[in-house]
Design a protein around this ligand. Structure first.
Ligand code: SF4
Ligand code: ZN
Length: 309
């Protein structure tokens, strides 16, 4: 791979084919990676350099890399990490240990929310409901709602999530091919605040998943390598594998999809009416339907339990 293209001294260890760039470990972790995070936050006006933000941390590589790189890129930003204990056997315990070690090493305040003790259920309990065949989708709804609520309670300027380039491009392709153009707008890197929920932002919007992993790995950040037992056969994993194949044949493909999306968004926003936001009759939070997706799922869980008892 030769010498690093930035410092010209060290041996290159990582090749970024889409940029025709070979970098050494130090230039990658100290310059290239945090600089791109800083540029992304600034370009999309995600939050100002003195903001207070809640960072969703799952215990995986993306959130470890996210918290560390935000600390590097924005030393004046007040960070609070928020972790949801989903009650998934072994996986959740390991995730929590990693999150605690990470926050301790970065000296970041950590808030843990336990589904089981706060609300009496764990993600696996949804298996017994009509949502059981799509556990990841239900888990996404549950996480989104609680992270938003906790961020609102903390009174932060923004809720930050670790969605990376691969997550976004995979969701774009899936949403696009499903013809759900209204939903495409939800994949933007900044979603505005909806009272009382703060804005949601994705500083890894332009960061490939592989690089988040390498950043966490090179810096020996604590992160869990356990696979969630509910993950197998997930549509998004298959989609990502296909995108990786495409990217290996045509470096830069994922960025090109993102650019096309950015050109499309203003057209969609002008031509397709977005759903009117109302407030959920049950929980009182913003929703596109009279009862929000989260409350509908919790209701299914409760009625299932009621039938059983
Ligand atoms: Fe939730 Fe699916 Fe992720 Fe497991 S793999 S934590 S069920 S979203
Ligand atoms: Zn609700």
């Amino acid at each position: 791979m030769g010498r690093c293209k930035l410092c010209g001294k060290e041996k290159a260890e990582i090749r970024l084919a889409y940029a025709r760039l070979n970098l050494c470990r130090t230039c990658f972790t100290e310059k290239f990676f945090p600089n791109r995070v800083r540029r992304t936050v600034e370009a999309y006006k995600m939050f100002p350099a003195d903001a207070s933000v809640a960072v969703a941390v799952s215990g995986g590589k993306d959130s470890a890399a996210l918290l560390h790189s935000l600390r590097e890129a924005f030393p004046a930003v007040q960070l609070v990490a928020v972790h949801l204990d989903l009650g998934i056997p072994e996986y959740s315990e390991e995730a929590e240990r990693s999150v605690e070690a990470l926050c301790r090493s970065l000296n970041v305040k950590l808030k843990i929310y336990r589904l089981k003790s706060e609300e009496g259920f764990a993600i696996g309990d949804f298996k017994a409901t009509r949502y059981g065949s799509k556990l990841c989708s239900v888990c996404g709804v549950v996480k989104r709602r609680r992270l938003g609520r906790i961020a609102a309670e903390l009174g932060v300027d923004a809720l930050v999530t670790g969605h990376n380039l691969d997550d976004t491009v995979e969701s774009l392709m899936a949403t696009f091919t499903a013809g759900d153009f209204q939903q495409l707008v939800r994949l933007k890197p900044v979603l505005p605040a909806q009272q009382p929920l703060p804005r949601k932002v994705k500083p890894f919007y332009r960061t490939p998943e592989r690089e988040a992993f390498l950043y966490a790995e090179f810096l020996s950040l604590p992160f869990s390598r356990q696979k969630c037992p509910y993950l197998s056969g997930s549509r998004s994993l298959r989609g990502k594998r296909l995108l990786d194949l495409w990217e290996s044949e045509e470096p830069g493909f994922k960025y090109r999809v993102l650019s096309a999306f950015e050109k499309l968004i203003p057209l969609i926003e002008c031509s397709i009416p977005q759903p009117e936001y109302m407030y959920c009759k049950v929980c009182g939070l913003p929703s596109s339907q009279p009862v929000c997706a989260d409350c509908r799922r919790i209701e299914a869980l409760k009625s299932r339990n009621a039938v059983r008892t």
